[in-house]
Design a protein around this ligand. Sequence first.
Ligand code: PAF
Length: 282
Amino acid sequence: MKTIHEISGVRDIIRNWRRDGESLAVILTMGNLHKGHMSLVSLAHEHAEKVAVSIFVNPTQFGPNEDFENYPRTLANDKRRLSRAGVDLLFVPGVEEIYPEAQENRTGVVVPGLSEILCGETRTDHFEGVTSVVSRLFHILQPDVAVFGQKDYQQLAIVRRMVADLHMGIEIIAGQTSREKDGLAMSSRNQYLSEDERAAAPELFRALKLCREQLTSGSTDFAALEKEGLASLRQAGFKPDYFSIRQAGDLSVPKPDSRYLVVLAAARLGKARLIDNVLVEL
Ligand code: PAF
C-alpha cells in the first residue's frame, strides 16, 4: 500500500491505473478505523480492481463546540489494518492540501433541504462541510465507485443527491452497519462512553427495532411511535435530538401508504452523540 500526502502524488498513481484500464473504488474516512470501516473496504474490493482510502479529519464539518481537536487520530494503526486488507492507496492530506484558500474564500457545495433536517437542525453547518470535502476528495481521486456506511444514513442520502445533481458519474454503494454483539452500531465516538453509558447505549438500536416491529405489525400512527421512541431513550438516560420515521428514499415525511421507510435517531449520551437507523419495508 502506498501512503501519499500530496494531491499531485495521488493523481500520478491514479493516472497510471487509468492508463492500464483499472477501475477504482474509494472509501472516505476520518481515520480511527474499526471493523465497520474494514467491512466497507471488503465491499470496495468487490466493486473495483483498485481500492483507495482517504483519512482526513475534516475541520469544516465540526461545529465550534464539537470534538475536532479531540477526534481520535490513530494513523499508524489505521495504516497497518488497511495494508493487511489489501488497500492499494492511502491518501492522508493535510488541511492546507485540501483547503489551500483562506477560510473566508472557501468554495463550498451545499445540498439544500436534505442538509437542513434531522441532524442538520442541531449541527447546522455540518453537512455543508461534508459535501464540500467529499466533492473535493471525489475531484482528486476521480473514483468509479465510492462506498459509504449506512449508519450515517442522512449523509449517504445527501452524498447520493450531490452526485446525481452535479452529474459526477460516481456509483455510490451503501455498506451495512456493523454492530457490536449487543447491537450498538460501531462508531469511533463510542469510545467517549463511560462504562455505565456503554451499558445503556444499545437501547438506541433496541428502540429503533421496536419501532420497526410496530410499523411492520401495522401501526400507522407515526407521531405516537416517534413519541414512544423519544420517551424510551430518555428513560435510558439519553438526551435525544430526534427519533423520526421518514421515507427511505428522500427522508421526507411519510404518507400513510408509504412502503419504504427508515427510522432514524440521534441522541446524546454523556459526551457522545450517537446516531443509528433501521430500514423498514411494509
Ligand atoms: O463519514 C465520515 O467519516 C465523514 O463524514 C466523511 C465522509 C469522511 C467526510 O469527512
